[in-house]
Design a protein around this ligand. Sequence first.
Ligand SMILES: [Zn+2]
Length: 288
Amino acid sequence: MDIIYRFDPYAPLELKRPKNNKEALKTLHQGNCRFYSMVNHLQNVQDGKKVESMVVPISPVQLGIPVVGGLAQMHSPYAAVLGCADARVPIEHIFDCSSNDLFVVRVAGNVLGLECIGSIDYAATALRESLQSVIVLGHTNCGAVGAAVNVYLAPSSFAEVAFSHPVRTIIDRIMVSVRSAAEALEAVYGSKIAKNKQYKDWLINASCFVNSAFTAYDLQREVNAVTKGLVVSYSVYDMAWSTVNATPIRNAQEAYDAHAFGTAPKNPEDLQAIAKEIAQCMELPAKR
Ligand SMILES: [Zn+2]
């Protein structure tokens, strides 16, 4: 079995340039489906199944190689993505995107600090002509969210995190989402859920999704202040299944039934409803 990356310097230049938010989200979702197919293909090989060779065409444009010497490409991304700094979440790969497709800002916990807002404001104004979408992309098993959950559940046991000012600037921004996720889990499954041995893992999982939606809520207000008509969406990269979803999934098939992206909540009540939907999608055994 071979996976062949076929580089053709004379391949026709196929620039993906979505014309609106809907087209941009569709393009990203299709890219993630290609990425998932590749992962699935590789896993079948690992499992010893007989599979056909796979040819992946690569063009100079995809790799960011200038086709004309001495001329810089025009900066024209169609989506801005605020993602986590986690090394296991390579955003362009996850969406199978080319060079110049995405304006990417990465910071631990995909939290919205001033520099992040400044970067996205720049994209929303200076690159407005090409930019159609803004996305907050969290991920499952996020270390920053896990640290916030640790501090939430047992602050005295994690003093080095709770009382470190630089780390707190990240943890504090995630804490609202952890509280919302904890309330949503209790509302759906009852207060006994907090006594379950797996509660911490469940709370981390729910918080990853709520944190992404909450950051999108914040970011939408910031974006509205500098430009009109730019929609912020949120999603979470599921490390176990290599798919991108707005609500938790239990297997890859569910990824196709679930929405890949959610629209940023419009108010705190909207955010609360999203947190409850996230909790319900987890279908935990402690359900009342
Ligand atoms: Zn992370």
